[in-house]
Every structure is written in structure tokens, then in C-alpha cells.
Design a protein around this ligand. Structure first.
Ligand SMILES: [Zn+2]
Length: 256
């Protein structure tokens, strides 16, 4: 059984450049080793996010994606290579991440996230990365994270525009994804219908991973800030999102 209470000599060596950082140190690296992070979606965002979190030594990573690798994914989903075409994304990702870091636990589920609603399943996570590209999954993840008071780090990218926002639902006054983007009957644009430039996904996925590290290390985070980033001119903007009293998740009688 792996010793979860201390760093081994090989881990000291592996994570040396983290441990040298004043705000991380041995204590912080151990906190990363003891963390459990859910990554939903192994597309253009989930690939870099999972790579950085695996390389960073997050001790327990859970991956959920029901898709198979397609040729059109290779333009941006950098965990996958041509021999992976036709394979399950979670299986291919697990194999690749295990080559990167054999000292962490990686669990995979090849189903849609909407099939998971057991409290004991959601309660195991310290935080959740939403790297999906469809609104059904996004609203479901938002609802579950709210229900189980998790930290949610949500990324998205369309064409050359990227977005990032995080919520800490342990805070009673936290807004949610639905406050920001009320559910509508319109089908929003996604990568399949509008396209996306490849390196932008690396930027936003890396920002999700970086925010995850900051949360797990208990560093001050600007939750509820929508950050938009232009992948061409590199301009970035942010705006504060407030709780919407009309949001369906914050009604006095709402029991989700
Ligand atoms: Zn809300």
C-alpha cells in the first residue's frame, strides 16, 4: 500500500522544483499527493489539464469521458496519438498519464457524467474540473457540485475565445454556472459546430490546472471571476459574477 502520509525519496526528487517554491514546500506537495480531483471531459481542455495535474503529483485523479478518439481530435487533444484513434479516450489517457507518472492513482470511467449521482461518489473529490463541451454535462456538473458543496473550475473555448471561472460552493453566497449562463432552449456553439484554435485550449486547460493547484494549496483565489482570453491578440478581461436571485438553484424552496 502506498504511504500517503509522507513523500518518498523519489517523490522529493521528482517534485523538487515544486518543493523549492516558497508557497508549496514539502507540506504543499504532500497536500497535492493526498488530493482527489475529478476531471470531466478529455477533449482539448481535459488533455492539458490532466497532464499538468498528473505531472504535478495530484495523488488521485478520476477521469470521466464516454467518447472514443477520432482523427479530428488530434488537432488539439494532445494526450492522444494516431495509434489511439478508435480507442476509448479514458483508456488511452490513463495509459499515457501512467507513463508520465506511475506514482499516482488514476481511475477512469467511460460513461457520461450524467450517469453519476451517488453522494459517496461525488463526496470523494476535493475539487472538480469541468472540461466538457456540451451544455447538458455543464449544467449537470454545476448542479452536482452545488449539491455536494464542491469547488468547480470550469473552462471553455470556442474559435479564438476562451473562458475560465471557478466557484466554491462551500460558500453560501456563491453564484453558480446557471447564474452566469441561464439554461436556454438554444443550442450554444461548441467546437464541433464552430471550431477552435488548438493552442488556446492549452492556455485555458493550463489555467484550470493552475487554479486547481492554488485551491488545493489553500492559496487566495478569485472565485466568481469570469476570465475571458483571446487566443489571437492575447487580451484578457475579467468580470465578477454575482449570485442571481432568480436562478433556479437559489430559490428558498429549491431542494437540489
Ligand atoms: Zn445560480
Amino acid at each position: 500500500m502506498k504511504n500517503n502520509q509522507a513523500l518518498s525519496d523519489t517523490e522529493f526528487l521528482r517534485y523538487n522544483r515544486h518543493i523549492m517554491v516558497k508557497d508549496i514546500g514539502e507540506k504543499g506537495q504532500l497536500a497535492l499527493k493526498q488530493a482527489t480531483v475529478l476531471i470531466v471531459g478529455l477533449g482539448g481542455l481535459g488533455c492539458p489539464a490532466s497532464q499538468y495535474l498528473a505531472a504535478s503529483g495530484i495523488g488521485n485523479i478520476i477521469l470521466v469521458d464516454h467518447d472514443k478518439v477520432e482523427r479530428s481530435n488530434l488537432q488539439r487533444q494532445i494526450l492522444f496519438t494516431e495509434p489511439n484513434i478508435g480507442q476509448s479516450k479514458v483508456q488511452a489517457a490513463q495509459a499515457q498519464l501512467a507513463k508520465l507518472n506511475s506514482e499516482i492513482n488514476i481511475s477512469v470511467y467511460g460513461q457520461s457524467i450524467t450517469e453519476f449521482d451517488a453522494p459517496q461518489w461525488w463526496n470523494q473529490f476535493d475539487l472538480v474540473l469541468d472540461c466538457t463541451d456540451n451544455s447538458t454535462s455543464r449544467y449537470f456538473i454545476n448542479q452536482q457540485c452545488l449539491k455536494y458543496k464542491k469547488i468547480l473550475i470550469s473552462g471553455s473555448a470556442i474559435q479564438h475565445q476562451g473562458q475560465l471561472i471557478s466557484f466554491d460552493f462551500s460558500q453560501a453566497d456563491s453564484p453558480c454556472y446557471q447564474c452566469l449562463f441561464p439554461e436556454s432552449s438554444q443550442t450554444p456553439l461548441n467546437c464541433q459546430t464552430a471550431g477552435v484554435i488548438s493552442p488556446l485550449l492549452g492556455v485555458i486547460g493550463s489555467m484550470q490546472a493552475s487554479t486547481a493547484l492554488a485551491c488545493l494549496l489553500n492559496k487566495p483565489i478569485n472565485h466568481n471571476q469570469l476570465i475571458t482570453f483571446d487566443g489571437f491578440n492575447l487580451a484578457s478581461r475579467s468580470l465578477t459574477v454575482a449570485k442571481d436571485p432568480d436562478c433556479i438553484h437559489h430559490q428558498p424552496c429549491h431542494k437540489s
